[in-house]
Design a protein around this ligand. Structure first.
Ligand code: PRP
Length: 230
């Protein structure tokens, strides 16, 4: 099949991958190999015209924006950082998939007087992977911050004296608790978005539209079921 007729979906391994599977199933797309056991980076699906590429979460927007994939699923946290760097015009974000839900929060050591430091107008040293979201949040509050860019294990920064606070994703709160950190601010709710390459949307519209619609319908259906059981 020619490349023009194949739809490529970029997914990161882990929670987003697992939670995307039921949604793409609505478009009759079943991923035929398990990324946890296969070393392949291009996974075939039950549809000969659809393939999945496995990329790092932070690379999903780049793959989709630059045409390495037609579609991708990415957390709002990652998308905000990508948009701030790219100007935000290189991706369509048609669907909030309402999956991989968590929140972006500020956390500090339990013995750190966050409210006092903020009230005094002192500078706060903040370690995070999410520098754009953190800068905007603290700027809106008028808090002076020195941002320290990290790529993982943010929880370690306040414990080692590298930073006063972290801005990180919180889901169950177990990681914070295990490291004696407490959540002091809720910045925003996070969920994953389906992003689309704008050129693909034009060139492959006939193949893409039914997939996008099936996913939209699946999200709405799951959401209604969830609401009725809540
Ligand atoms: C995320 C986040 C926290 C943890 C929070 O890390 O950075 O460390 O999950 O989850 P919890 O509230 O349920 O404990 P992840 O495992 O995604 O790895 P990362 O550090 O590579 O982002």
């Amino acid at each position: 099949m020619s490349e023009l007729n194949v739809i490529t979906l970029a997914l990161p391994k882990g929670r987003i991958f697992e939670e995307t599977l039921p949604l793409i199933r609505a478009a009759s797309i079943e991923v035929l190999e398990d990324p946890n056991t296969s070393r392949k980076l291009i996974l075939p699906t039950s549809r000969p015209d659809v393939q999945v590429v496995l990329v790092r979460a932070t690379d999903v927007p780049t793959y989709v924006a630059q045409g390495g994939a037609d579609l991708g699923v990415v957390g709002l946290d990652t998308l905000i950082e990508h948009s701030a760097e790219s100007g935000g015009m290189d991706l369509y974000q048609p669907v909030d998939l309402k999956i991989a839900k968590c929140r972006l929060s500020v956390a500090v050591r339990a013995d750190f007087d966050y409210a006092g430091v903020v009230k005094q107008g002192s500078r706060l040293r903040v370690a995070t992977k999410y520098t754009h979201a953190a800068r905007e949040f603290f700027a809106a509050k008028g808090v002076h911050v020195d941002l320290i860019k990290l790529y993982g294990s943010m929880e370690l920064a306040p414990l080692t004296g590298l930073a006063d606070a972290i801005v990180d994703l919180v889901s169950t709160g177990n990681t914070l608790k295990a490291n004696q950190l407490v959540e002091v601010e809720h910045i925003m709710d996070i969920s994953s978005r389906l992003v689309v390459n704008p050129a693909s949307l034009k060139i492959k519209r006939v193949a893409l539209q039914p997939i996008l619609q099936a996913i939209r319908d699946a999200v709405a259906c799951i959401y209604i079921r969830y609401r009725n059981h809540a």
